[in-house]
Design a protein around this ligand. Structure first.
Ligand SMILES: NC(=O)c1ccc[n+]([C@@H]2O[C@H](COP(=O)([O-])OP(=O)(O)OC[C@H]3O[C@@H](n4cnc5c(N)ncnc54)[C@H](OP(=O)(O)O)[C@@H]3O)[C@@H](O)[C@H]2O)c1
Length: 325
């Protein structure tokens, strides 16, 4: 495993573990997963040197936090535990009460990173950051983070907090490179962290899905990347991943993660549906891509032009009702 080179109270592994999947109906992994596989994934992740664990109060309406806390057991205090608050009614007393509730579900007295899940469009960050400051003063929260924030709003949040907002958790992968525009240069030059979510584009970059074999769960049924047309368009990117993977005796998913975390300020938090996947993802931290491999993957990603946004909406509706594209 490799770790972020940044001054934090605990080490942060370059590959973390995302736990939206734990106990969330929308992933459809079922009771056996929530009841036992999730725990086995966490225990194996610990063995493999993963220290960064990401959850949120909204995942499974608290179930993810509970499952993660129980699975970590006595190791809870040695890892870098990150959770998130959904900023509904983000006034200070509510923020404090919700932070305490998350810590209780996780079974800890300290949250290493408390993140604002998404910007509240109607309430400025001064309000929520008053609550975050109070939580930091009591010692319940170590670092404050944000998620899905623009650069402008990240900086504004930091001004409002009056100290560093360590990280911005954003969608970032070879299939979605928007954070490269301004978030990455900012994080790089200011010693901040980009936490890449959906780093495998929810499994697309593993290469196991195509237009004839599409995942069926609710999360991916609503993700335009899995439209038959986009799966077809992704074939070139998957082929480039396979070529590099073959040279490293690795898999396309591992190479996709290695590409992401090559930037010194980026960590990735892939979710896992099995112990084998968390093993594979952890091993990706040790893959060194050569410059020409990195460039070939970037170029293949440049050529990938998925249908997204408004243009994808009618296609998503059609795909959902089984009429293909
Ligand atoms: N802040 C936010 O707004 C936000 C939004 C989304 C996610 N997140 C966080 O980011 C984490 C990760 O994002 P994500 O779950 O959306 O997407 P992801 O990590 O890109 O995809 C996870 C899925 O990919 C497949 N997979 C994982 N490892 C694999 C491997 N080695 N080989 C092949 N397939 C593999 C698994 O699905 P199958 O095996 O079923 O194919 C797994 O459930 C979440 O758990 C959550 O903590 C945050």
């Amino acid at each position: 495993m490799r770790y972020l080179e940044i001054d934090t109270a605990k080490r942060i592994s370059k590959i973390g573990l995302g736990t939206w999947q734990f106990g969330s109906r929308e992933w459809g992994y079922g009771d056996a997963y929530a009841g036992s596989e999730a725990k086995a994934i966490v225990r194996r992740a610990l063995d493999l040197g993963i220290t960064l664990y990401d959850t949120a109060e909204i995942y499974g309406f608290g179930r993810s936090e509970r499952i993660l806390g129980q699975a970590l057991g006595d190791d809870r205090d040695s890892v870098f535990l990150a959770t998130k608050i959904l900023p509904v009614m983000p006034i200070a007393p509510v923020v404090v009460q919700r932070g305490v509730a998350s810590a209780e579900r996780l079974g800890v007295k300290h949250l290493d990173l408390y993140q604002v899940h998404q910007p509240n469009p109607a309430v400025r960050d001064g309000t929520i950051m008053r609550g975050m400051r109070a939580l930091q003063r009591t010692g319940l929260v170590g670092e404050v983070g944000v998620s899905n924030y623009s650069l402008r709003r990240w900086i504004a949040a930091q001004d409002a907090l009056g100290s560093r907002v360590l990280s911005n958790q954003v969608k970032f992968s070879l299939a979605w490179r928007k954070p490269e525009q301004d978030l990455l240069p900012y994080a790089f030059s200011h010693n901040r962290v980009i936490i890449a979510y959906s780093p495998l584009a929810q499994g697309l970059l593993s290469g196991k899905y195509d237009q004839f074999n599409r995942p069926s769960n609710q999360v991916r049924a609503g993700n335009s990347m899995f439209l038959p047309e986009n799966l077809e368009r992704a074939a070139g990117l998957i082929a480039a991943l396979r070529e590099v993977a073959d040279a490293h005796s690795a898999t396309p998913a591992q190479v996709a993660l290695a590409w992401l975390i090559r930037s010194s300020c980026v960590v990735a938090i892939p979710g896992a549906s099995s112990v084998a996947q968390v093993e594979s993802n952890a091993a990706a931290a040790d893959i060194d891509l050569a410059d020409d491999e990195y460039q070939a993957l970037t170029a293949a990603s440049d050529r990938f032009r998925p249908v997204t946004g408004l243009a994808a909406a009618p296609r998503l509706a059609r795909a959902r009702y089984g009429r293909g594209r």
